[in-house]
Design a protein around this ligand. Sequence first.
Ligand SMILES: [Zn+2]
Length: 148
Amino acid sequence: MCELCGYAPSGLNPQTCLEARNELFLYTLAQPRPPFIHQLAVDAYSAQHLRENATPITKLFPLMGLFMVCEQGATGLEVQMAHKRKAGDVDRKNWPNPPIHPSPFLMNVGDVLRETEGLDRDRAIHKWVVSTWASYAYIHDIIRAFCS
Ligand SMILES: [Zn+2]
């Protein structure tokens, strides 16, 4: 079992969390709808695998994506463009370094892979994003301020 996201292999699902991620990313990279859903999968997966000693950008970018999707209704494409803009921020040295506490997640990559490809899986990815964002309620204010 993955100690960070809680992924446990079952049925035909891959043996490890990383293999499950790779399988999902192969799928999301090929999807035309909604725009660039791959970014949502990348950010949800990354946000579930953060460690306290990660760099600020490693922590902030996935959480920024989750914030934009959950609170601003952004698409993956919009998140990707915002990441690119933010990466050029001249104020980068003053970025916050949010604390990361181990937290249980309601869904992980395995729950998404179990859904049928297509709209069902798109919906599962969105639910995965929403539930992951909810697990970080203790740093929502930091992320909101970072994105404003
Ligand atoms: Zn994991």
